[in-house]
Structures are given as C-alpha cells and as structure tokens.
Write a protein that binds this ligand. Sequence first.
Ligand code: HEM
Length: 518
Amino acid sequence: HNSIRHLRGPPSAFTLFGNVTDTLYQASVGDVEFRWLKEYGGAWRLRGLLGANILALADPKALQHVLQKSGYNYPKTRQLSVTLFNLTGRSILWAPTGEIHARHRKVMNPAFSVPQLRSFIPLFRQSAKKLTQIWKDQVNAGHPDGVTLPVDRWLARATLDIIGEAAFDFDFGALDNTENEVSKAYHRMFADSQLYPSVWNLLFQATWSLLPEPLLYYIRYLPTREYKTYRSTLSVMDKIAARLIEERTREFGAGDPDKSRKDVMSVLVRANMSENPSTRLSDEEMRSQMFAMTLAGHETTANTVTWMLWELAKHPDIQEQLRQEIAEKRMEVTANGSYEFALDDLESMPLLQAVIKETLRYHPISSFLWRVAAKDDVIPLEKPIVTTTGETVTEIPIAAGQVIMPSLCSYNRLAHVWGEDAHDWNPMRFLQGDTEKQTKVGMLSNLITFSAGVRSCIGWRFSVLEMQAIIVELVENFRFFLPDDKPEIIRAPTMTMGPMVKGKLHEGFQMPLRVVPV
Ligand code: HEM
C-alpha cells in the first residue's frame, strides 16, 4: 500500500526509468525542480526506477518534520549509505542506523565546538592570504587589467589545505603544488564520476535495495571506472590517515598528548580514548572519518565561495558595498591596534553575513537528499496541496519504506518564505527580512542548505567561518568580473552542485572569472 499515489507529479514515459532521471539528467539544477514546485506546490510525486513512487518535499513543515523533528525515523536510503560507504568507508556520512550514527556523532561533536572553531580563524586567514599572494603574483606578471583565473580550482586547493591543517594538522600542500595528488583525486571523485550516470548504473543501484546487505560492501571492488576512481582516492588518503592516527594515539597513550595540537583528529582521538571501549570507534572508523571530512569539508565550501564570487561579479554594486564594509572594519581594527580580523569583527559585518546567507540559499550545493521512512507516519504541510482527485490536503500519510527526496534547492526558493523575488539573488533580503515568522528549520536563518536535525551538517559553522575569512581577504584585495567572452555557466547536477561551462562539460567544474587587484 503506497498512499502517495494520489499526489500530483510529472508524468513519466517509461515505467522502467521513471522520471527521477529528469532530475539527474537536467542541464542545470533547478530546471525541473522549480517548474514542479510552481506546478504542484511543496510536495509532489516522482516515479523512481523500476516503478517506485518517490515523495519530493519542499514544504517547510514537511522538511522540519522529516529532517529535524523525527530523529532517526527517516534514515538515509540504503543506496545513499552504500554510495557514501564507497566514497568514505565506515564513516559518519555512511552510518546506516541511528545507533551507529549516534556513536560516531558523539565522538565527533567536541571537535566542532565554537571555541574549537574560533581557534581555526588564524589558519583560515593564513590560507586566504596565501591564495591572495599567488593571485597577485600571477596578475603582476605583466597583466595590469587582471587575469582570467579558474577561481573554483584555486578555492578548492585553499580549502583542501585548510581542511588538512584544521582537521589533521597535516599540510596537503595543494596551494604550493597544483599537481597535488590528493587535490586531483578529490576533484575526480565529484566531477568525473557523478555527472549524468548511465541508466544502467542507475538501474544497478536500484537493485541494491533487493540485494543482501553484506554483499553491498563489496560493490566498491567492481572494476568500473567509477569505483576505480573511488578506490584510488581512498588509497591515497589511507596511508596518510593511518600514520596520523597512529601518531596521535601513541602521543595520547604515552600520557603525553601534544597539548598544542588543536586539530579535529587529535580532539577525536582524545574523545574516542575516553569513551567506553564498547562504544569507541574502531581504527577503521577513525580513518574513515578522515575521508569523510576531506570529502564533505572542502569542495563544498570552495563551490559555495565560487558561486558567491560569480554573483558578486554579476552584481558589481553589491560587490563595491561589501568592499566598503570591509574597508571600514579594517580601519576600526587598525585603530584598535590590531592587524587581523577576529571572529567578532567578521561576524559584525552585516552585508558580509547577508551575502553568505543569500549564496547558501540560492546555490545549495547539495540540491537534494535521500531519506526513507522507517515506519508509517503522517507528514504535515505548512501550505495545503491539491491531489490528482482535486482534493486539498494539509498532510500526507505515508507507509514505512516510502522513499523521500527532500528538495533543498526548491525549499530555498519558496516565495511564501523568501519573498516574491525568491528566484533573484538579492542579499538585501537578509538585511530587511523578518525571519521570525518563518517555520524554524535548518541550522542558520531557516536555510535548509546544511540540512537539519540529528544528521545535519556537522561542519556548518566551520564552513561559515571559513567562508567569512576567505571572502573578506579576497574582496579586500581583488575586484571580480565576468570574463569578456561571458561563458554560459550551468549548475551541474553532480553530488555537489558545481559550476560548469555549457558545451565544455568534459572539462569538469570550472568558473573562470577576471581577477583585478584593488
Ligand atoms: C557550504 C558548505 C557545506 C554544505 C552546503 C554542507 C552540506 C551538508 C549537508 C546537506 C549534509 C547532510 C547530507 C545528508 O544528510 O545526506 C551534510 C552533512 C555533513 N557535513 Fe557538510 N556541508 C558543508 C561543509 C562541511 C564542512 C566544512 C565539513 C567538515 C569540516 C562538513 C562535514 C559534514 C559531515 C561530517 C556530515 C555528515 C553529518 C552526519 O551525518 O551526522 N560539511 N553537509
């Protein structure tokens, strides 16, 4: 019995493939979602592969219910868990049950506390400055009008170095060496292996819910290009991870932990050693956290900053206002006898905050999630929807096993939440808007971009602080323009929604911008 049969949704020509492929094969993220959102409201039915019914959600109350209020009643689908296992091993991203996840999250939480994150600010600033210097050197080499740079690649290198230092006290050296193995390996993971998967691959994945679970953990050994990419990335990382964990554990065991070590892994090793042995994470699980943090923690932030610079290039007036705000804060800081922006300085720049929030809203790099109902339930709606029989409903009863696709990009465009101009990038909405009346959902200003609830992004604050530190440095030092040939940028529907140039998808993610020193 599947009670979402009566929900409206796009028709599908072939039962075998359904129309989930419409989402996965669209040219630019939002092409189909925003049309469906307009047509059906905050919830619609999609046909999955092999005739399955999938419930897509954008309604605030529905998302609050599924992601935030119901705890572990809506775990990740098996398919998603297995994919994350293939990418990261037995990490927090994989954790298939509430019990396993709670154990992982408890050990990891202390590493993401506010005081811990505050200590990373100098590191964020240092990497941003290094990037600035590299760009200045390139421009000064005889290009007074600036140069067109692949800003996304440079930002990914900077954020990889940051996650290395912050998470493991390890120098990946990605900014120093552009041929860096780890940096290239992670880039391949997203760009090559995730864009427009073949229908055969999708059908193969659809069978995972029918296969015995232990078998699924051997999928990563398949000889296809995709799994080879995953395996080679993990093996590059595995050697580094094993050494770092062994080092930390030895220091800790000798009763002589290096107190100066503030990296996430050291905090994790300490937290793990003080756990009851039965709830402790295994060596394999600890190594996997390192893969998870590297995967989840660098291209995500880099992509978001990339989209932000693109928007600033398209909105020169806002770019100039932001530069003005930073300049004023710079004078204030200098007058107080300091050389550097501290956390409070960064957080007291309203336009900076607004630009970051608006970019998170407009370009949510995880444009959708996958969940499955562990038991029968009734999902409430904030805005009623009309069913195929013309009935208006305010809740959706669902059966255990119902697959759900929270459409993060669609929620972030709801006109009744964000205003009639929800499809425009306009940071001013966060300076004028009154978010008090909105349904409380998500981690920051009711944005769903970091998901919500027990499985929300553990790194959301880390990422926001990192973005603040990077943006301030870049906008203080450079002006950003669209390149003269104005390439058409699309939001590629890969695992992290990255920018690609239309007609040049084979070149992977890219965002060329003209960078001119201030
Ligand atoms: C703009 C940047 C980022 C965005 C938009 C983002 C978004 C997300 C989203 C949507 C999820 C939920 C995925 C799901 O449930 O299927 C998630 C989970 C996660 N993120 Fe992030 N993330 C960002 C940056 C980071 C950073 C910097 C780190 C680490 C330092 C990080 C670490 C994680 C981890 C470990 C999880 C899994 C949490 C769990 O299952 O308990 N993320 N992120």
